[in-house]
Design a protein around this ligand. Sequence first.
Ligand code: TMP
Length: 220
Amino acid sequence: MLDVAPTVPELPFITVEGIDGCGKTTQAALMVDALKRAGYAVLALREPGGVALSEKIRALLLDPAYTEMSDTCELLLYEAARAQLVHERIAPALAAGTVVVCDRFFDSTTCYQAFGGGLDRAVVGRANELAVGACRPRLTLVFDIDPVDAAARAASRDGSPDRMEAKGLAYQERVAAGFRALAAEEPDRVKLIDAARPVEAVFADVCTCLRGAGFALAEA
Ligand code: TMP
């Protein structure tokens, strides 16, 4: 920890994204540690979830028993979970100058529910805006990996697939293509990182992106 607090970039909101099994949660934990060591106050959250109401909604969304869930119901549950997390945790933390690192955010909805699930992208965009208001990430790291490799990682990690994982490989391929499209559309905010490499090599790229976004991390 430094004696003097480091400069906090404007709206210090970072999100990590990618298909299931891409390794983003490991990288988010490493990033949070590095930011804390550099003297930043950091709040680490995950989506869907992060607060009591949103964790309840997460359980509904991932329960494989709800095979009847409509695409619109799914979209609105993700947005409801997000709106509550923004209200309770993200907006107050950003207002206090705390760095917020969120494991998934509205880009997941664009990629899963629009690219993956086929909902209209403009409709999903408006739902995202309603849920987040002004709380938009300044930096989004997308961990890019072949969906076949990612499925193998996810399978070795969990037991049986949750309701989203059960949507299958073609769905994950569309989601991965969505994340690549977002990185091409918004290159200043959305950074694509090759996640098929060892954890340390991936994390070196993460640190480069953080420094590029104005975070004062020590050189490796
Ligand atoms: P996780 O496994 O990364 O915690 O995410 C839970 C699942 O929810 C994952 O399959 C991705 C999915 N998801 C969406 O489909 N839309 C969203 O908006 C979010 C945040 C997650």
